[in-house]
Design a protein around this ligand. Structure first.
Ligand code: GLY
Length: 304
């Protein structure tokens, strides 16, 4: 039986940050902890905005906080591939000039979102893969930490469960992401993940794919998706949700329709968060859980 589609939204006002900790099936007793982790990350992103930083700075900061939190499937503690190794995917985009940066199948670095940000700032190419991504990272001064520093016991257990043919439940959601609107009306989005447990070597998901995992356009909206990456890629869900907002839908309705479409058209599952240019935020999931948090000048909210 499929899970109901759950959606929610609100008004951030002039600026704010929304994050997710991944759509999935986290054990009920762990969900509050995941929401707390999301809140810490969204607060860190909001602090950047309060200090005058841009939406792009805020989503990078929030995503880094989630990458550093071993509760989540990104950065340190990300899931393991079929060889028991970490291979990260991440992307980041800003909505003014539509600049974007991304890395995929990247091994050995703690904060892939900042390497994606370096690719955006560099501007020559959008997406770097595998050894080329690692070479780019080293050239930009990022120091490799190796798998020893990235692999957690929870990730090892999840791989062992998956190798026995069972879906690991109760550990992490499937990705992390952040969207932000700053006081100048600029939008940005970021997404980062270890992908799916026991994935084939070389598999790349939606998170580093602009239009599938991440999208930001000041004239439309900012979106980060999570869930079954192959489905997200096939339907370009981040761009689809952004186009709904360009057409006038508020963020909540835009992500709800996109997640409904994902299920209705190809039977795939996941979730998304979004902010529209008028300062509404929205989230939607078709999975059992998706931790999230929103922070703005006058308030904050979180859930799972
Ligand atoms: N949504 C993350 C992945 O499938 O890799």
């Amino acid at each position: 039986m499929s899970e109901p589609i759950v959606s929610q939204g609100g008004l951030l006002g002039r600026f704010g940050v929304v994050v997710h900790g991944g759509a999935g099936n986290v054990k009920p007793e762990r969900r509050a902890k995941h929401a707390e982790g999301c809140l810490r990350a969204a607060r860190a992103g909001l602090e950047v905005l309060r200090q005058g930083g841009s939406a792009l700075d805020a989503v990078e900061r929030a995503a880094r906080a989630l990458e550093d939190d071993t509760l989540f499937n990104a950065g340190t503690g990300a899931c393991l591939d079929e060889e028991g190794r970490v291979a990260h995917d991440a992307s980041i985009m800003e909505g003014k000039g539509l600049a974007a940066g991304a890395v995929c199948d990247l091994r050995g670095f703690a904060n892939p979102i900042s390497i994606a940000r370096a690719a955006l700032d560099d501007g020559r190419h959008v997406l770097y893969a595998s050894e080329g991504a690692a070479r780019f990272a080293r050239a930009r001064g990022f120091v490799p930490v190796g798998d020893e520093a990235l692999v957690t016991e929870a990730a090892r257990e999840a791989l062992a469960t998956a190798r026995q043919g069972a879906m690991p439940m109760g550990w992490a959601g499937n990705t992390i992401g952040a969207v932000a609107l700053d006081g100048h009306g600029l939008l940005a989005a970021a997404t980062s993940t270890g992908g799916v447990v026991n994935k084939r070597v070389g598999r790349v998901g939606d998170s580093p794919i602009i239009g599938a995992g991440t999208y930001a356009d000041d004239e439309a909206g900012a979106v980060s998706t999570t869930g079954h990456g192959e489905g997200m890629i096939r339907l370009c869900i981040a761009r689809t949700a952004a186009e709904h907002m360009r057409g006038g839908l508020a963020a909540e309705e835009a992500v709800r329709r996109s997640i409904e479409h994902l299920r209705g058209r190809i039977g795939s599952t996941g979730g998304a968060i979004a902010i529209d240019p008028r300062g509404h935020y929205g989230l939607s999931r078709s999975t059992a859980s998706m931790s999230w948090a929103a922070t703005w000048a006058e308030g904050e909210a979180s859930g799972f």
